[in-house]
Design a protein around this ligand. Structure first.
Ligand code: ATP
Ligand code: MG
Length: 513
């Protein structure tokens, strides 16, 4: 048969060269003119069939091997799929892996092609540049790469691939005649997954290609699984966040329920004195109106030079001034107006506080003043505190910090209301803020009942409450803790039964940019 091949090569005006190293293998080089392309392919197959026994004596596949070989590892069929894990799980069956054989020597490409094409779809590239171009457009599962090529060497291809990991190139097995360990280790360092020397052994190349494709496939499966898991985690995170927001809102509404009576009272007070001031002002206006009428008549009498009438009116005016205490009225009016104005301001700020507090949206992250937040919160909870507590404020100078003040106010509200609830008859609440280094420290301390040490561990757990059913949901401290956590801060508690409790919040100072 070999003779037939030799004759046919001759017919095609070609040459056949043999380079054989005992114990290593043989290298046949077929040199053919370009016109014989179709016959060259046939020749390669024919040549391979004839030389399998002689050049690669141990590679004749057994029946079992053949079955294994004919079932190539499962692969993806599109370039996208091999490069990026997809929404769908990687395909398992009915797909042949695609191998790109890169060699400037046509005969070498043909030999590799003939060795692998039964199991794999083979693409060919004759230069490093062509290889990279082809990888941009074709779905390739593995590259067999020669090193010594004109224009762009295999080393340069590997360097390019290493420089662009984001392009997710397929695994590369180097196929080279160079055998020195320096070259081998250099290519492996550049990212090649394996190294085969030419002339290669057909069974070995099949086995190595097979295992690399299996590895690539596993990697893809793993990436797919990680992607799926990440997606699931993101979804449950999103659900958690939504639930948290709902809880926050319902706790807010519950607090509003608790505070409503107090707030109503807070509003009622100024509304009451505004009302009474307005009645007084109305009476004052009547008296001033009568007096002005008398003065008008007096003007008229003066212009008519009616001395008798002038005299009478002057007496009347003096009597009215004394009777209505006009001098006092004139003195009293500015105070009444100022009090009324202050009352309306108080109502306005309580209503604004409640409005901000109950807002369904979560408020915004913005640069804000923590002290202003505490003052606003105090207005909302004032009625809970004022009868039984003495509130001592020591608000230090604080820089503005990037935070969700609406949420922080909710935490302050709960701490202050808890403190008030812990004080049975009369006690003190100390509110202290200060900057220490790059942190803002907020302390809220009370001289209330204190917390039993056995409860300290569960204090921030959702639904932990010692209050009777209907009086506490046990969500206040849990939500406060979550709010502080979201601000990358911390909340600690110190307590002694019978003496009182101190909550300390630490917030990092964050600038908006
Ligand atoms: N300052 C405090 N002094 C004493 N005990 C406190 C104090 N703050 C909290 N506690 C205890 O911690 C428990 C949990 O507080 P938390 O604010 O989470 O829930 P709650 O006040 O019971 O209900 P709500 O959900 O209405 O706030 C309270 O029931 C109380 O026993
Ligand atoms: Mg509470």
């Amino acid at each position: 048969m070999a003779l037939t091949v030799k004759q046919r090569i001759k017919q095609l005006n070609g040459r056949i060269l043999l380079n054989s190293i005992p114990g290593t293998g043989s290298r046949f080089t077929l040199i053919l003119p370009q016109t014989g392309a179709a016959s060259v392919d046939d020749l390669a197959a024919e040549w391979l069939a004839n030389h399998q026994e002689s050049s690669w004596p141990s590679q004749q596949p057994t029946a079992e091997k053949t079955t294994r070989e004919t079932a190539p590892p499962p692969v993806n069929k599109t370039a996208e799929q091999i490069r990026t894990p997809t929404e769908k799980p990687p395909q398992q069956e009915d797909s042949r892996a695609t191998i790109l054989v890169v060699d400037d020597d046509r005969a070498n490409r043909m030999v590799a092609n003939a060795s692998l094409r039964k199991q794999y779809t083979i693409l060919e590239a004759e230069s490093g540049m062509q290889c990279l171009n082809q990888l941009e457009t074709e779905p390739v599962d593995l590259v067999l790469l020669d090193l010594m090529m004109p224009d762009m060497s295999g080393f340069e291809v590997l360097e390019e691939m290493k420089a662009h990991p984001e392009r997710r190139y397929p695994p590369v097995i180097v196929l080279s005649a160079l055998m020195d360990s320096k070259t081998i280790s250099h290519t492996l360092q550049l990212g090649a997954v394996d190294y085969l020397t030419k002339p290669f052994n057909r069974e070995e190349i099949l086995a190595r290609v097979h295992s690399q494709i299996i590895l690539a496939q596993r990697e893809l499966h793993l990436e797919y699984k990680v992607q799926q898991r990440t997606k699931q985690l993101q979804e449950s995170n999103q659900r958690l966040e939504e639930t948290f927001q709902q809880l926050l809102q319902s706790e807010k509404m519950a607090s509003i329920g608790q505070l409503a009576a107090g707030v109503a009272h807070e509003i009622n007070n100024p509304v009451g004195f505004i009302h009474s001031n307005l009645s007084t002002l109305s009476e004052y206006l009547d008296a001033i109106g009568t007096l002005l009428g008398n003065y008008k008549d007096l003007g008229q009498a003066v212009s008519e030079t009616d001395t008798q009438k002038v005299q009478l009116l002057l007496e009347q005016i003096n009597a009215l001034r004394a009777e209505e205490d006009i001098d006092f009225i004139l003195e009293d009016i500015p105070g009444l107006v100022a009090d009324t104005r202050e009352g309306t301001e108080r109502v306005k700020s309580i209503v604004q506080g409640m409005k901000a507090f109950s807002r369904a949206d979560d408020g915004e992250m913005a640069e804000a003043d923590i002290n202003a937040g505490i003052e606003a919160t105090l207005k909302v909870v004032w009625n809970e505190l004022k009868y039984k507590t003495e509130v001592h404020k020591s608000l230090g100078a604080l820089p503005k910090t990037f935070c969700n003040l609406n949420q922080l106010n909710q935490a302050f509200t709960n701490l202050l209301v808890n403190a008030a609830h812990a004080i049975e008859e009369h006690g003190d609440i100390d509110i202290r803020t200060q900057q220490v280094g790059d942190e803002i420290i907020i302390e809220i301390a009370d001289t209330g009942s204190g917390i039993e040490s056995k409860h300290l561990q569960s204090l921030f757990d959702p639904f932990f409450t010692t209050k009777p059913v209907g009086q506490g949901t046990g969500l206040g401290l849990y939500l406060s803790y979550e709010i502080i956590q979201k601000h990358r801060g911390s909340i600690d508690v110190q307590s002694e039964v019978g003496k009182g409790t101190r909550f300390t919040i630490r917030l990092p100072i964050v600038s908006a940019n």
